[in-house]
Design a protein around this ligand. Structure first.
Ligand code: ADP
Ligand code: MG
Length: 238
């Protein structure tokens, strides 16, 4: 069974339709990248999956639950944004555990989850530091740590690397993929960068103008693009 199932999904803002009847299956453990030019509806789709944006019509299922009308906190997802704000007056450990504390989880369980996530992310030596004493890459890892400790069914990433410099961006691509190898959590990752999509995805979803142009493995899209849009988008240098 697909982990995330999207059927005839539409979104309008006022009179303006920005998502035009999408169908998509995201399978258990898959790393799926949504890619397309700015304004094509990637964030809108991701935010509808997250429950941060209302669905105009159609269905979104996570596992066997229809989630259209569930608030984000009940969807068993965790999202990492481009503009992750860490709490400046909390340590790395407190930043990572904060959402769990708000949910009333007990101290020992929070500590053990934070410790495990820190190990996976190489943050163990930094747990008592404050965000201002971290590098950009370390801050980004803390933002991912906040998602990991929740142990969600699905990770949602919206352009998480676009504020990092080019060198760090390349390094973080590899780290996020390695993380996925270890955790195998179903992931939906949004980017406008086709190189990022080609190097990270199990499956790429190419979008344009609120529609899906093609879905396939990176090499499939490269070898057999469905149309000239996919060919020029995937084939062009970033
Ligand atoms: P992407 O993430 O692919 O760059 P978005 O999903 O952010 O694209 O936006 C898709 C379209 O929806 C764009 O035309 C954008 O201007 C429009 N849009 C996004 N959010 C809103 C909003 N809150 N109100 C009105 N229009 C919006
Ligand atoms: Mg966006």
């Amino acid at each position: 069974m697909a982990e995330v199932t999207i059927r005839a999904l539409k979104k309008s803002y006022g009179g303006l339709q920005v998502v035009h009847g999408l169908d998509l299956d995201i399978h258990d453990g898959e790393f799926v990248v949504l890619v397309g030019p700015s304004g094509c509806g990637k964030s809108t789709l991701l935010r509808m999956i997250a429950g941060l944006e209302e669905v105009t019509s159609g269905d979104i299922r996570i596992g066997d639950r229809r989630v259209n009308n569930l608030p984000p906190s009940e969807r068993d997802i965790a999202m990492v944004f481009q503009n992750y704000a860490l709490y400046p007056h909390k340590t790395v450990a407190a930043n990572m555990g904060f959402a769990l504390k708000m949910r009333g989880m007990d101290r020992a369980e929070i500590d053990s989850r934070v410790k495990r996530a820190a190990e996976v992310l190489g943050l163990t030596p930094y747990l008592d530091r404050y965000p201002r004493a971290l590098s950009g890459g370390q801050r980004q890892r803390v933002a991912m740590g906040r998602a990991i400790v929740r142990d969600p069914q699905v990770f949602l990433f919206d352009e998480p690397l676009s504020n990092l410099d080019a060198k760090l961006r390349v390094q973080m691509r590899t780290e996020i993929r390695e993380l996925h190898q270890r955790l195998k959590t179903t992931t939906v990752y949004v980017t406008h960068d086709q190189i990022e999509a080609m190097t990270m995805a199990d499956k790429i979803v190419v979008m344009q103008g609120g529609r899906i142009e093609q879905v396939g493995a990176p090499l499939e899209l490269y070898d057999r693009p469905a149309n000239t849009f996919v060919a020029s988008f995937i084939g062009s240098p970033s």
